[in-house]
Design a protein around this ligand. Sequence first.
Ligand code: GRF
Length: 207
Amino acid sequence: MPMRFALLASGTGSNVAAILGAYREGRLGGAEPRVVIVNIRGAAVIERARACDVPTCTIAHDDFASREEFEAALAAEARRRGAEYVMLAGFMRILGPTFLNAFPERILNIHPSLLPAFPGLHAPRQALERGVKVSGCTVHFVNENVDGGPIIAQVAVPVLEQDDEATLAARILIEEHRIYPRVIRWLDEGRVHRVGRRVLVAGPAHS
Ligand code: GRF
C-alpha cells in the first residue's frame, strides 16, 4: 500500500518542488503526493505544483472565523484526497489540536536550523546573530510546540565568515531539498520508529 500524503505550503514552494521532482524521478519509493494545499491565494507554490500535475487547493485562513474551522477544512481536504501523512513545507500557520489530532504523529515539518536551536521565524538570521559556526536543517514530527517535535533527520551546514542571511539560507535550502524527499521515502519503507523523544531510522540512515 503506497504511503499517500498531502503537502501544506504558503509561499515559494521550493521544498514542494523538490519533493514532487523526487516523486517524478521515482525517489520517494511508493510514497504518493495527493494534493498541495495552500493557505495564501496566488502563492507561487501553486504554479509549481500544477507544473508537476499534482492537484492544488487553496484554503485561505482569512476565509474562516476561527482557527478551528480553518484547520477542520484543511484536514477534510487532506482526508478527501486520501492522505495518511501531511508534510508541511514552508507552511506559515501554527497548527493547533484540531489539525494535529486529525493526523496524530503523522505530520512532518522542515525547519532551516539545527533544532532545538533557533525555532520560529528567520532561523538563518538568528544563527548569524548568535554567531554559531554550524547551522543546518531539521525534519521533525510536528507536535503542539512550535518546531518542537521529535527530530527525524538533520543536516549540518557550516556558517561561513562571508555569509549573510540570504547566502546562508540558500545553502541550507539545498540540503532541505535533499533531506525531505529522503525522509518521505524512509517513512514509505516503514523504517521510521519513535521511541519517546527519539526517532530511530532502521537500516543505513543516510541511504
Ligand atoms: C524553508 O526554509 C523551510 O525550511 C521553512 O520555510 C522555507 C520554505 O521555503 N519552513 P520554500 O517555500 O519551500 O521554498
